[in-house]
Ligand binder design. Structure first.
Ligand code: DGT
Ligand code: CA
Ligand code: CA
Ligand code: ZN
Length: 581
């Protein structure tokens, strides 16, 4: 963890604790500072060496915050924060992972019921003590109990946005270890699943013990869970990493096996059995000549295993991209020569859902556009929040504000890149949109996203989203389910029905690439494309570091079998304008 990230997390905790004590304004400015510190391109300890003034060069960091940064870097603690932690000794992260429980609620539950962690919360809820509090009721209590169960399960999984960068780091390290011939990520991360139980890594080497020793010595390994002759597990940033080291001649078969998914492997193995072949992590074997009783893992004529391509070839299949290996028809499609030509990294030309400091982004308009240009985009849409249900007061723009912003955008568009004047409107519980008709006329693009009533499901949720995509002013349905991975389930709806309506009305369905969302997700994208809908991959970026989230969106699209033609923002600016009509 960089010190920027570490210090950002401290100020976020600070903000939560202050909010729990009903302090106004400060929490918001601490959060904003935290975000800017996290994204700041220079290491904060370097700035601190230059002095407190240099730290104040970070936007949103004034005297009060910079002096705390200095204090932390000098003493390893912030006195004021320590005092707050003592006053409110709660497991904030854990408790706020329950849907509907924010820092304010945590504060109340601690004051009134002494709730400190999830177990306390569960006890208080099941003993029906929460419903007795002012402003809480039986319904809230039931919701908390439901949310608790989800939070417990979900907390055991890691976000792709945390696990993937860790996997990349460990690979980079292994590449530098002399004994390693090849290395690769496996498991759910290689399939780019949105959450993972752990990080699986595979290495090929003739000196297995040497690789295991180097692995447990990695500077980012916080502790060793186990270490054997050819495998080891360590923990890093609270994430478990499993390493297996195999003989180079068995790298392909091991990679195929440990990439999974389990269901894909079952189907793969059955195809082998139909052909009198055996597959396992050691290779593909012709077992027609093997005598009964001589059967062991490596028995038979080995016909593949050094490369993964060879494994698939031995079963008369083309290589199948890991993102597709979820047993949703990929083996049949491969056998029929009908695998999709998946969209690739680098195929996107712009981002159609981003935020500036006109709402809750961190940057002003011009600077923001320059960052997008620098990132390599040909075009960008500004889609700041409109006021409406689910948007915190003060953040959203009124229609009048939006008219002003359009003017500002028109002045700068085209100087560096093409900029579309958009908005992120809110979809209310009935599917209505939170902006007026006049402003909708004037805007280039309307992203409509649900931000409230996200516990909805079934027909009610489907009808809501069908209404939104059928609205003629809506161009993109943003983060359709509203889920927050490991924190909030979001709406459950009939993807096919919403996709059909979207296709009919020329509305694109978003793959929100923020690793907390990945909404739509692989299977939903696959259904949406089958139903004829266009998808768009957006980052919903609030700060420049977040433009890079596109990567997660692209691989999620690949999990949904998306080809470049299915994705709106593979088109150039003229193509976008044409789609927007
Ligand atoms: P995760 O870690 O829960 O996100 O999911 P995976 O897919 O990474 O699963 P993991 O870490 O338990 O195992 C990695 C891969 O190893 C898995 O995708 C397929 C393979 N594998 C593990 N256990 C089994 C098994 O019992 N049967 C089969 N066919 N494959 C297995
Ligand atoms: Ca795994
Ligand atoms: Ca594993
Ligand atoms: Zn947004």
């Amino acid at each position: 963890m960089s010190r920027n990230t570490e210090i950002a997390a401290l100020f976020e905790e600070f903000a939560d604790l202050l909010e729990a004590q009903d302090v106004e304004y400060k929490p918001r400015s601490y959060r904003r500072a935290a975000e800017n510190i996290r994204d700041y391109p220079t290491a904060i300890e370097r700035l601190a060496e230059e002095g407190q003034d240099a730290v104040e060069g970070i936007e949103g960091v004034g005297d009060a915050i910079s002096s705390k940064v200095m204090e932390y870097l000098e003493t390893g603690a912030i006195e004021e924060l320590e005092a707050l932690r003592e006053e409110l000794p709660v497991h904030m992260d854990e408790l706020t992972s329950v849907e509907g429980v924010g820092p304010k609620t945590v504060g109340r539950l601690y004051e009134e019921l002494g709730v400190v962690d999830l177990s306390d919360l569960e006890r208080a809820a099941s003993e029906e003590r929460i419903r007795e509090l002012d402003g809480f009721g039986p319904k809230t209590e039931e919701n908390i109990l439901e949310g608790l169960e989800f939070a417990r399960r979900a907390r055991e999984r890691e976000l792709l946005g945390d696990a993937r960068p860790l996997a990349d780091d460990v690979l980079a390290y292994l590449e530098g270890v002399a004994a390693v011939e090849r290395s690769e990520v496996a498991g759910s991360i290689r399939r780019w699943r949105e959450t993972s139980g752990d990080v699986d890594v595979l290495a090929a080497s003739d000196d297995r013990q040497g690789v295991v020793d180097a692995f447990v010595d990695w500077e980012r390994a916080d502790d060793t869970i186990e270490a054997g002759e050819n495998k080891a597990s360590v923990r890093s940033s609270d994430i478990r990493i499993d390493l297996r080291v195999v003989d180079p001649s068995e790298f392909g078969s091991a990679l195929q096996y440990f990439t999974g998914s389990k269901d894909h492997n079952v189907r793969f193995r059955n195809r082998a059995i139909e052909r009198d072949l055996k597959v396992n992590e050691y290779g593909v074997f012709d077992v027609s000549e093997v005598e009964e009783g001589e059967d062991h893992q490596r028995a038979g004529d080995r016909i593949a295993g050094e490369t993964e391509e060879g494994m698939y070839e031995a079963l008369t299949l083309p290589w199948i991209p890991p993102e597709l290996r979820e047993d949703t028809g990929e083996i049949d499609a491969a056998a029929a020569g009908e695998l999709p030509e998946l969209i690739e990294e680098g195929a996107l030309r712009g981002d159609l859902h981003t935020h500036t400091d006109w709402s809750d982004g961190t940057m002003g308009l011009e600077e923001w556009i320059a960052s997008a240009h620098e990132f390599g985009h040909e075009y960008l849409a500004i889609a700041d929040h409109a006021t409406g249900p689910g948007v915190v007061g003060g953040v959203g723009l009124s229609d009048d504000d939006l008219f002003d912003q359009i003017e500002a955008i028109r002045e700068v568009s085209g100087t560096e890149i093409e900029v579309f004047a958009g908005v992120e409107a809110n979809v209310d519980a009935e599917g209505g949109i939170s902006i007026g008709e006049e402003i909708a006329e004037e805007l280039d693009l309307v992203v409509a996203s649900p931000h409230s009533a996200l516990g909805m499901s079934g027909d009610e949720a489907t009808d809501r989203l069908v209404a939104a995509v059928s609205n003629p002013v809506v161009d993109i349905l943003g983060h359709p389910s509203g889920r927050l991975l490991t924190r909030r389930e979001g709406m459950e709806f009939d993807v096919r029905a919403v996709a059909e309506a979207a296709a009919e009305h020329g509305t694109a369905l978003e793959i929100n690439a923020n690793p907390n969302r990945l909404d739509l997700w692989g299977r939903a994208v696959q259904l949406a494309i089958e139903a004829g809908a266009t998808v768009v991959i957006d980052t919903d970026a609030h700060s420049p570091g977040e433009f890079a989230y596109l990567r997660y969106g692209i691989h999620t699209a690949r999990r949904g079998w998306a080809e470049p033609g299915d994705v709106l923002n593979t088109r150039d600016a003229d193509g976008i304008r044409e789609f927007l009509g």
